[in-house]
Design a protein around this ligand. Structure first.
Ligand SMILES: C[S@@+](CC[C@H](N)C(=O)[O-])C[C@H]1O[C@@H](n2cnc3c(N)ncnc32)[C@H](O)[C@@H]1O
Length: 262
């Protein structure tokens, strides 16, 4: 059996067993590579090579962030996120993909006072009918429960962004950091990356989760492909060693070209 047939069969078997998860559907003209063909082509750098001294940052981390769900981020990646936040000191973070709010809470607890996070997820009332890259409908979960009731909650604004053609003019050119961790299929990551560029301030950074993945999470191929394409067009992207993050940070590009020129 070819790998494609195997993956299709495997998706169908998941669809039968897991309510709310459906096999992939064709969405227009998306150009999705087969998982085994996609290469993790970004250069890899350690956190301290990307941001000097970043590995020495003291990160705020609440015990409620200990991982309880497959979709939530593991602790070492949350700490990485906290360290990046400490170094960048963003005034506004935009996040695609709130889920339980773990990454949102890490941003908030490591950002300067009086800064803000706008975090997007699917409107809970639309979960059953939501059309996404893998089919229709998403399982229920308690949106943002990890930041609810903390002293950081006041820094966080929850918004909804169900559709591929979603846009929010109020955020244009405002964000110091955009974090892309929502629908991991190609069309959505491509769209979220384009939105990220429009939402960024000049000099701002984009961080993607799940740039690397294992075959059991092969829908994340969309992240790899969209980020590889962005890097080919714009440059300045790196995979962060020991994590599944990819980062685009123009300040790093500027520093590196100064170093190379010296
Ligand atoms: C992997 S989880 C995010 C995990 C979260 N960033 C964390 O680290 O705890 C992905 C989230 O993206 C949301 N999502 C999926 N498609 C979306 C869309 N089109 N717009 C907004 N959110 C979406 C899902 O509902 C889910 O909560």
């Amino acid at each position: 059996m070819s790998i494609r047939k195997f993956v299709d069969k495997w998706h169908r078997s998941i669809a039968k067993r897991v309510p709310g998860i459906h096999p992939p559907v064709a969405t227009g003209n998306r150009r999705i590579e087969k998982p085994h063909k996609v290469r993790f082509s970004l250069p890899t750098l350690s956190l301290s090579e990307i941001f000097s001294g970043c590995d020495n940052e003291e990160v705020a981390f609440l015990p409620r962030l200990i991982r309880t769900h497959k979709w939530a981020m593991p602790e070492h990646e949350l700490i990485t996120l906290g360290a990046i936040t400490k170094v960048l000191q963003p005034r506004l973070v935009v996040e695609f993909g709130t889920f339980l709010g773990g990454s949102t809470l890490v941003f908030a607890s490591n950002m300067p006072e009086r800064s803000k996070i706008i975090t997007f997820d699917i409107d809970p009332s639309a979960r059953k009918t939501h059309i996404h890259g893998m089919g229709v409908g998403v399982p229920d979960f308690d949106l943002g429960c990890l930041f609810r009731g903390t002293r950081y909650e006041r820094m966080i604004e929850q918004r909804y962004s169900n559709e591929l053609n979603f846009y929010d003019k109020n955020v244009e050119g405002q964000a110091d950091l955009v974090f892309v961790d929502a629908d991991h299929t190609y069309d959505f990551v491509k769209k979220d990356t384009q939105l990220a560029v429009r939402f960024l301030k000049p000099g701002g950074s984009i961080l993607w989760h799940d740039y690397t993945w294992e075959l059991s999470s092969s829908e994340c191929v969309g992240v790899t492909q969209a980020v590889n394409e962005f890097h080919k067009e714009v440059g300045g992207c790196y995979q962060i060693a020991g994590t599944r993050f990819a980062i685009y940070t123009p300040s790093l590009v500027a520093n590196r070209s100064r170093t190379t020129a010296a």
